[in-house]
Design a protein around this ligand. Structure first.
Ligand SMILES: [Zn+2]
Length: 104
């Protein structure tokens, strides 16, 4: 087992875990259900850890985290062939003429 990722928000760790699961990598959040000593002392920013079960998955998992969590691909804007307008990458169809983007 190897420690792969640390974050203070459990929610974030679980979404990272889901991403890894989609790639066929088994992982778990360490000490998720253990009340940390620090909480009783008023320290709220406790960090949680995500671990992969198989050491062989470590390299693949860190690449996935790097690509999908740390540096998510920016959506590129696209040019509508129908009406010559530029569209934001988040638009699924042209804002002006509602044409879908041409296949690249
Ligand atoms: Zn258009």
């Amino acid at each position: 087992m190897k420690h792969i990722y640390t974050h203070e928000e459990l929610l974030v760790l679980h979404s990272v875990k889901n991403i890894l699961t989609r790639h066929g990598i088994d992982s778990f959040v360490k000490n998720e259900h253990v009340a940390p000593m620090s909480a009783r002392h008023g320290i709220s920013n406790m960090f949680h850890e995500l671990w992969v079960y198989n050491d062989e998955d470590y390299t693949k998992a860190s690449t996935i985290i790097e690509n999908e969590v740390e540096n998510p691909e920016p959506k590129v804007s696209w040019h509508c062939a129908g009406c010559d307008e530029d569209n934001d990458g988040s638009f699924e169809v042209c804002w002006k003429c509602e044409n879908p983007p041409a296949e690249i």
